[in-house]
Design a protein around this ligand. Structure first.
Ligand code: SAM
Length: 233
């Protein structure tokens, strides 16, 4: 029998799954691309992955079943989002290879061993302050082995710039095609965008370089989002 908690959890998960794919129509392809790159870098040997913003469980579901040698440490401050990830992990039989930390990267237990790869997907724009973004990226770098690949995906741009406004219009069209009224989408923009902290592409690449990442390559762009692959020095 389904508990009330699990019902809420499943409903939340369904809403998250649907809305993320409207906002980012190439969402599933993104995970396929990252998997290809990680596989090429890590080979078929066992590898440890650090997933920052693991709530929702998308990384675990996309990469867990098809890569039996990979173990995952998922970090996320949101208990609700972690519940979804825990549920997915259990449904996919991944529990032996996944551990969760509710909190931020600062809450990871001290360890001598470093990770083979890391991801931070759709998280950075929720972190307000530039110094806090830098601190997070530096902490990720410190937890990685030298040469380890890191994937960052974030909304980006300068809100006052016409280039960003044009991309925002493209993003708006995704929601209208998904069944929302234009006025509803404008409300989402007016209410939600104020809460996001966006940086132009060059500044994001600058933060990655300042954090000790090298070979910084933009490999992905959809609407207001972009993704970079880089490597820990
Ligand atoms: C839009 S969701 C993205 C989740 C997942 N990475 C994906 O792509 O579907 C953003 C997640 O980042 C988490 N988050 C926010 N601040 C964070 C931080 N400082 N460290 C780790 N996760 C954070 C939120 O709780 C939320 O679960």
């Amino acid at each position: 029998m389904m508990t009330e908690d699990l019902t809420i959890n499943v409903k939340m998960a369904e809403a998250y799954e649907k809305n993320t794919r409207i906002s980012v129509p190439t969402y599933d392809s993104l995970f396929v691309m990252v998997q290809s790159y990680f596989r090429m870098q890590l080979g078929s040997k066992s590898a440890s992955l650090l997933v920052i913003g693991a709530g929702g469980g998308s990384e675990l579901a996309a990469w867990g079943p098809s890569n039996p040698g990979w173990t995952f440490t998922g970090v996320d401050p949101s208990e609700e989002m972690l519940k979804i990830a825990r549920h997915k992990s259990a449904m996919l039989g991944l529990e032996d290879r996944v551990s969760f930390v509710q909190g931020t990267i600062d809450d990871l237990p001290e360890s001598d061993s470093k990770f083979d790869a890391a991801s931070c997907i759709l998280v950075l724009h929720f972190i307000d302050d530039v110094q806090e973004k830098l601190k997070l990226l530096r902490s990720i770098k410190d937890k990685l082995k030298s040469g380890a690949p890191f994937v960052l995906v974030s909304a980006y741009g300068n809100l006052d710039d016409s280039e960003f406004q044009a991309r925002l219009d493209v993003w708006k069209s995704f929601w209208i095609a998904g069944g929302r009224e234009p006025s509803e989408v404008d409300d989402m923009i007016n209410n939600n965008f104020k809460k996001l902290s966006l940086l132009p592409e060059q500044e994001i690449e600058g933060l990655l370089a300042d954090s000790g990442f090298t070979r910084i390559t933009r490999f992905y762009s959809t609407g207001i989002m972009a993704g970079w692959i880089c490597h820990a020095k």
